[in-house]
Design a protein around this ligand. Structure first.
Ligand code: 6PG
Length: 243
């Protein structure tokens, strides 16, 4: 199997339907030979509609939700009830509407200091996934600046290889984030990027076809070690790519 697959759809509706079905099928495949399926979810605005779609019939009925274990590929360092919280966004768009048992959801604990929160989250992941820390699925978004998770351009977290989770102060946002590091993301079996809209086209083009400059385009670090990375794009976000 190639380690990178592109999936481009004419519009956002088709893109989200296809992404939801792909994730449903991937979850089913994982559960055909494993008792659980671990999935790290992305935050931001793009995936909200995807989560709402997955939490609605028919797809909601087609997923064995109780066998999933939910994590967050990154989190804004705010309380869980804060409007910027990824945990809050996913709770509202997926966990509540799909009736997911919150014992299977592992949020970042943002009640402590950023370094403590990062270390605690790494411990949680290790306790749930074991020493390998291999996720079945990692869902990622893409910023206009080609950041993914909270791996922002020219930040010190980009070169972190000794820990799975790290705190990072993002100067451009003047805020702390907790993020999966490159090694944790790239060991995943299935990595899915979801991006749509013209504002993402330049970042998509450079990440997929531009010169290798991951410190400026951090999503270029996301090269799977053993798995496959799937890019789910609408025609606007994928406008600049040739393949
Ligand atoms: C976050 C995300 C982040 C996001 C990109 C794209 O916490 O913000 O994890 O990596 O995927 O910033 O955000 P949009 O989907 O809002 O464009």
């Amino acid at each position: 199997m190639p380690d990178r697959e592109l999936h481009v759809y004419p519009d956002v509706t088709g893109l989200l339907q296809a992404t939801a079905r792909f994730l449903r099928d991937k979850i089913k495949a994982v559960l055909s030979s494993n008792p659980h399926c671990s999935i790290a979810l992305s935050g931001g605005n793009t995936p909200r509609a995807l989560y709402q779609l997955m939490a609605s019939d028919p797809i909601r009925r087609e997923i064995a939700w109780e066998k999933l274990r939910f994590f967050f590929g990154d989190e804004r360092f705010v309380p869980h009830d804060h409007p910027d919280s990824n945990f809050r966004m996913v709770t509202e768009s997926l966990f509540e509407p799909a009736g997911i048992d919150m014992k299977n959801v592992f949020p970042v604990d943002t009640s402590m200091s950023p370094p403590q929160a990062a270390a605690a989250y790494q411990k949680t992941i290790k306790a749930q996934l074991g020493a390998t820390g291999i996720f079945n699925i990692v869902l990622l978004g893409l910023g206009n600046d080609a950041h993914t998770a909270s791996l922002f351009p020219h930040t010190n977290v980009l070169e972190e290889r000794s820990v799975w989770v790290k705190e990072v102060h993002v100067k451009s946002l003047d805020s702390w984030r907790i993020t999966f590091t490159v090694p944790l993301i790239t060991t995943a079996q299935t990595i899915v990027f979801l991006a749509h809209g013209a504002s993402k086209a330049a970042a998509v083009k450079h990440v997929l076809e531009g010169r290798n400059d991951p410190k400026s385009y951090p999503a270029q670090y996301i090269v799977p070690i053993d798995g496959t990375v799937h890019w789910f794009l609408d025609s606007e976000a994928g406008a600049g790519i040739s393949s």
